[in-house]
Ligand binder design. Structure first.
Ligand SMILES: CC(C)(COP(=O)(O)OP(=O)(O)OC[C@H]1O[C@@H](n2cnc3c(N)ncnc32)[C@H](O)[C@@H]1OP(=O)(O)O)[C@@H](O)C(=O)NCCC(=O)NCCS
Length: 158
């Protein structure tokens, strides 16, 4: 049987990020994305200054997944801004666990909607989002700097 988050055979721990995680988050970001990666100062802002919730997934104290969620004062809409799992640890249920943790925390905090944008060709992420109940709200033409379109997805909570 494949080792995975779902059967508990991975020593997976999902927690809120702290300022000590900045370098590991930056490293993961650079491994996971070829284009439109965050600079260190942007990640630092998202982690420490922005109204956000940053989750990390770790195995044996190594950060192998993350999710950055943007929040706004007095608005019960949360936006998933960044979401990734280290390539060597994909397809083990870690992304799914990160998403379940985020949805659970946001619902407990009273958030009503969760939104995100996904590249129109990112079938893998779209599969995950669809399985979690996200639906297409609208298409965003020319959304990425390389000209690719995106889909704006929404999930209602509660
Ligand atoms: C999207 C991403 C976070 C998924 O993480 P993951 O840990 O591999 O996902 P999981 O193992 O939890 O899989 C959850 C679901 O995603 C879908 N999925 C994951 N990998 C897939 C693959 N290779 N092919 C098709 N569907 C896939 C499936 O629906 C899967 O559910 P299932 O295993 O029951 O079939 C990861 O692929 C990633 O980091 N991709 C690069 C960054 C990215 O595209 N982020 C999203 C930006 S919008």
């Amino acid at each position: 049987m494949r080792k995975g988050a779902r059967d508990g055979s991975l020593n997976l721990h999902i927690r809120l990020a702290t300022k000590e995680d900045l370098d590991a988050l930056l490293n993961l970001e650079n491994i996971c994305f070829k284009e439109e990666t965050f600079q260190k100062r942007q990640l630092k802002y998202l982690l420490l200054k922005a109204r956000s919730m940053v989750l990390v997934a770790e195995i044996d104290r190594n950060i192998i997944g993350s999710m950055i969620i943007l929040l706004r004062k007095n608005i019960l809409n949360a936006r998933i801004y960044s979401f990734n799992v280290h390539p060597e640890h994909r397809r083990k249920g870690i992304g799914s666990s990160l998403m379940d943790t985020a949805l659970d925390k946001l619902e407990k905090k009273g958030y009503k909607n969760i939104t995100l944008e996904v590249g129109i060709n990112n079938q893998i992420a779209w599969n995950l989002y669809r399985s979690k109940g996200f639906i297409v709200d609208k298409k965003l033409s020319n959304y990425y700097t390389n000209g690719d379109d995106a889909l704006h997805l929404i999930k209602k909570l509660g």
